[in-house]
Every structure is written in structure tokens, then in C-alpha cells.
Design a protein around this ligand. Sequence first.
Ligand code: PRX
Length: 639
Amino acid sequence: MTGSAPQEPKYWPLKRYFEVYDRSLRDPEGFWAEEARKLDWFRTWDKVLDWSPPFARWFVGGELNACHLCVDRHIKTWRKSKVAIYWEGEPGDTRVLSYSTLYREVNRCASVLKNLGVGKGDTVALYLPMIPELPIFMLACGRIGATHTVVFSGFSPRALADRINDIGAKLLVTADGGFRRGTPMPLKNMADEALELTPGVEKTVVVNRAGIAVNMRRGRDFWYHHLLEDAEASVSVEPVESTHPLYILYTSGTTGKPKGIVHSTGGYLVFNYSTYQWVFDIKEESVYWCTADVGWVTGHSSIVYAPLAHGAAIVMYEGAPDYPTLDRWWDIIEKYGVTTFYTSPTAIRMFMAHGEEWPARRDLSSLELLGTVGEPINPEAWLWYYRHIGGERCPIVDTWWQTETGGTMISHAPGIELLPLKPGSAGFPLPGIDAAVVDESGQPAKAGEKGLLIIRKPWPGMLLTIHGNPERYQEAYWKRFPGAYYTGDYAVKDEEGYFWLLGRADEVIKVAGHRLGTLELENAAISHPAVAESAAVSKPDPVKGDTIVMFVILKEGFEASPALTKEIVGQIRKMVGPIATPERIFFVGKLPKTRSGKIMRRVLKAVASEVPIGDVSTLEDGASVDEVRAAYEALEEEV
Ligand code: PRX
């Protein structure tokens, strides 16, 4: 952070955004129908919205196809020779796919899928690194009406198996490996472990990326490049009904089991098409780079579907941000002339900690617009980003949304009109989004007062349901404030109407922007034979936003030791994945609980974060707080 005063971003007179927003809320169906007409439909909808709360079906009766929208329609225009994907592998190898090449690859991939017996209504699991085959398989699924479920390649075999089983996928697509910090991640070997637990998977397709040795089981495992030898050059597009599930993506909630969030085709694409334009003000000549992994919703919407639907040129990078040196990302921006750059606050804070000399080595003058997503951004990081990446010239769009919302809900909308920016605030609800901050009883909170964020009207990008569990969908999002969608986030709306997002109000932890449920972590810890009980809480972290701290009660006969800590950490990594690695494990004899037996996470959080504990009058046993605190202090002394 440099010492000089922040330079004010440049504004221009404000009016247009409010006009568009007001109109969108006065007539949401008319507004969204107008937006939907910007897409290609094979059949126009009969009804804009079928709303039987809390289930929304948008553009009912309309037929379209995601792959047609993202690929086919461009190759009928001059965009056929436009770059679709600039791909950069971590070792420095590159691939450039024009829209024509993408069309060819997607068709051949769709043919491979068809030859394997995949068709409309089937679900395909994708466990792939950040290589072009990931979007290619997603689009190919869409082309033939199959639904995909992408599992982030950093998830453990166990997490992969749970998702495959929940969804009932018969086909798994993976790769031999993908590069991360110079070494290939052995994805196929990890998939093999998962396959031991997934009797329903009949076939796997393996992409040859890293050239590492793998076991191929005869009759089950097939190399993608071998299957391509028999592929047809063209496969016709399968029009699907607007509410046909385009994909299912798992995310964490407040129970131990991740939720399969089901997204539609029509509503999801309309919402993303519009919001992408509003937020990123994308132009034909833009070169857009979103640094997320395609395995998260940001990757689905903001790397694949929204940019490609617009015929944008995107950058996709396989590896670690700081490999081989800390200017890798800035090098990529310079190399491809990136104009529009979208990343996470954690990444910004990480680079900030290493100093501005790294971005200063590269020419970042191509940049026009910056974005952030996934967690709150602190004003200090915002200003660093504004100065050292954006050269005090590029507006920053802070975008608030969730896996469930499908696309951005709150942000600035320079594509409509750039309102004055406030570092740390996400801005305003986008058109069509009736967002409000309310108190516990559902009454609007006063300006400047902390409350809970809700959405009071359905929007086209909203999830259809939770896969196989409509009751949980209803319970998790619509029960707390009847008639409104509960986001699970704290927020403040200030006097000028700006929204400030303040983190999760429920038992979800955001580590470096990745979403993890406390129960998921606790179940993973308990699966270790020495653990009787455990509690996971978040602790603020200057770079990652939050880290995980766990409190563990051991079973009789086990003793706390560094070796056991290592084993339990290993068990959690094995069950969930490396992103779930706890920063600390504390061994305690008791956990602070309310008289009704609920763990008082607030108390644990306060102990772990070294802040005052507050009121503990509902606590069952005051001694447990002292013990938790003593365990914490003992460990602090050790270090
Ligand atoms: O707490 C909010 C936080 O991320 C949660 C959603 O996580 P996920 O489903 O993984 O999707 C992340 C990427 C879209 C939200 O409930 N969050 C997301 N964006 C922001 C944010 N918190 C503050 N500011 C944001 N811009």
C-alpha cells in the first residue's frame, strides 16, 4: 500500500441506471422478455414466468440450445475467424482456438459422447484441469441435451465420488493430469480411487494432457484422442426446453452434504447474457480474462457461458498465479492484451503482500476494466488493485453473487452507466434484482444498519431446485423470510443505496473465496478413528479472507500430538480436498454448547480470533469456554 491519497475515479452524470432499474421492477416479465429476445430461440416461449413459489420456470415452452448460442451462431458471422479462447498452459505451451476451431472441436466431442451412448437427459461428470477440453465437453453436453456436472479438479477422490453418486452419472471425463506449480496433478489416479466407490460409472474418457503414466481399465477407460478417430465432423444441435437442466453444480451449505444446484438452460443463459454485458461492458475487441477455475460457478458463467454467448475472446490459464514467478499473471495480461480482468480479493491480497514491483515489470496498459468476486474486498486491497493493476484508470466492478443465483446480482453496471465507485461496496442491485437488507424479523433494516440480504422477486438465473431434494431447496432459501430468497449473507445498504456485503451469516466458511460448510469439515474430521467430536470455525486472515480453525475432542485412549494433528489434517484433505486444510487444530475436552446442545460457534470463533467472547448466558457449561481458551493459549505459547 503506498502512502498517497486515493485518486477519485472519474464519474459521469447518473440517471440511466435508475431509469432502467425502475422499469425492470415495475414490469419484470416485460423487461426480461425484452432481454430474452437478444438470444437465438428455436421456439419462442409461451409464458415468460411460471411462478409457483418457490419454484420458478422462466420462458416456459421456449426452445434453445446453449452450444448453438455460444458457438454455432458465431460461425455464421465474421466471428468465425475471431479468437474464442487464448489458452495458456502452466509450462508455457499455448493453444489458440478461433470460433471455427471451437465449433469443430465441440462437434467432434459431441460425436464422441453420442458414440458412448450419451444423449438428452443423461448426466456427465467432468473432472478436468483448466484445459480447453473442459469448456469443449461442457458445450458438447449442451449440444446433445445432456446435463453436465463439473467437479473442481482440486476436490479429493472422495468428494468426486460423492458427487458422482448423488447425480447418478454413468460417464466420467477426466485427464491423466494437469499442471500446478510445475508438477502434474495425477487426476486419473485420483479418479481411479473415486471409481472404486462409484459402481454406477460405466465408462470414463481420459484426456491426454500431462503425459503421465495411468492405468486404463479395458472396456471402461478410453483415451479421448483414440475416440476422436471415429468421431463425426458434425453433430446436429438438440433444441431443449428452456427449463431443461444445463448443469448441476455442487456447493456447500449448512448441512454436511453438498447441494447439487440445478440450473436451467433458458433463464440461466438470458440472465448471464444480460448481466455480463451490464457488468463488463464487453465489446467486440475486448480480451477478457476471468482467473477462476471452471470448476466453480464463476467459471461456468463468467468463463464459459456468458462470454462465449457474446462471442467474446477469452483467456484461459491452466496453472498457479505465482508460477514460475510472481509476475505470471501480469505477463499473461501483457502477452494477450487483456482489456477486462476479473479475479478474487484473495488473489489481489496475495499479490499486494508481495509488492507492486511485480505488476510494475509488465505493461498493463491494455486493461480497461477490472472486476472482483467471491468474497468481500477490503478497501485497502481495492485501492491497491485500482492503482497498481488498473493504473488509476480502470473502474473496478465488485460483483456479488452465488452458485445459486447463477450470475451477478449486485455490482456496478458500466454497460448501462458507471455510477461512482466506493471501495469495498459492491454497488447496486442489477436490473430485475429486487434486493433488500432486512432485520431478523424481515423488516427493512435502516440505512447503514447491518442486516440480512434477501431477494424479493424471482430472477431468470435462479436455481431450479436442489438435485433430488426440493424440500431442502425450500427449507434452505425460502423458509426464513416467506416469499423471499434468503442469501445467507450479512449486508448493509447505505444512505445512497449502495450495498456492502459483510460475509456469511450461516455456517458456511469462505476460504480464499472457496465455499465450505462447517458440517462438511466436521464430518471429515470425525471420519478419523481418533476423533469423537469436532467443531470448525472461521478465523479472519489478511490474505485468504478466512481460514479454518478446528476444535477436536479425542476418543478415549487417544492423545493429542503433532503426528495426530497431521493425520487429522490429512483425513480432512482426503475427504474434501486441499482447499479444506485447517490452519490449526485445537484438542479440547469439551466444546462450549447451549443448553439445547448446539455448539456455540460464536464462542469458538471469538477464541480463535482473539476477540471478546460476549454474552455466554445460554452456555451450558462455562468451564468449556475456559478450556477452549486455555488450549488456544497453550498452543500460542508453543509457537
Ligand atoms: O458470501 C457471499 C460470497 O460468496 C458467497 C457465494 O459463494 P459461491 O456460491 O461459491 O459463489 C462465489 C462466486 C459467485 C456469497 O454468499 N461473495 C460472493 N461474491 C461476493 C461475496 N461476498 C462479498 N462480495 C462479493 N462480491
